[in-house]
Design a protein around this ligand. Structure first.
Ligand SMILES: [Zn+2]
Length: 178
């Protein structure tokens, strides 16, 4: 039982079946820069993923990995193109299986993780889980683009446009001829 979230970097290559057999826990962080697909969308290379995993064998003798991985990722808001933070929180309920056949026989609560014997890249396994939690598009919660709205697809943008656009135009032209 670790009382504080581990400050150590997670090892990349481990033997998940051996870990399950021995009932080991694994916790630590992964630098986002180590995760190529997440690093591609992250604006801050110092972002980190926190990981807590428990390996074990369940009552039905599945070798399982349960735990969670989470990170706050700085990405580009697809509305205003400024940085926005998205929180990814992946709950991990994996059962290690040899092939598709056995994957199909798993109970619904477990997601199959098809692995050959030996060491596996736990980073890419965790990255897969995080990417499942990534929203299709990332926006600020607030109306981040109100002032520069083009008014074509934003319903909220309408509320502020009570000014008569022609009045504004006249002001811009300067004082009328006298
Ligand atoms: Zn925004």
């Amino acid at each position: 039982m670790s009382s504080t979230p581990s400050n150590t970097q997670l090892p990349r290559h481990i033997d998940p079946r051996k870990f399950a057999q021995q009932g080991l826990d694994l916790s630590g962080f992964i630098a986002v820069s180590e995760l190529t697909r997440l690093a591609e969308i992250s604006l801050d290379s110092s972002d980190k993923v926190e990981v807590e995993l428990e390996f074990g064998v369940d009552d039905e003798r599945h070798r399982v990995i349960v735990g969670r991985a989470n990170c706050a990722l700085k990405v580009t808001c697809q509305r205003c193109l400024e940085p926005v933070e998205v929180v990814l929180d992946a709950e991990i309920n994996l059962a290690i299986v040899w092939d598709e056949e056995r994957a199909k026989q798993l109970p619904k609560a477990l997601d199959p993780l098809i692995l050959p014997e030996g060491a596996a890249d736990i980073y890419s396994i965790i990255e897969d889980e995080l990417l499942l939690n990534l929203p299709m598009v990332s926006y600020h919660d607030e109306d981040c683009i109100e002032q520069t709205s083009f008014g074509d697809d934003e319903v909220e943008a309408k509320t502020e446009s009570t000014k008569n656009p022609f009045q504004v135009l006249e002001q811009l032209k300067g004082s009328p001829k006298s």
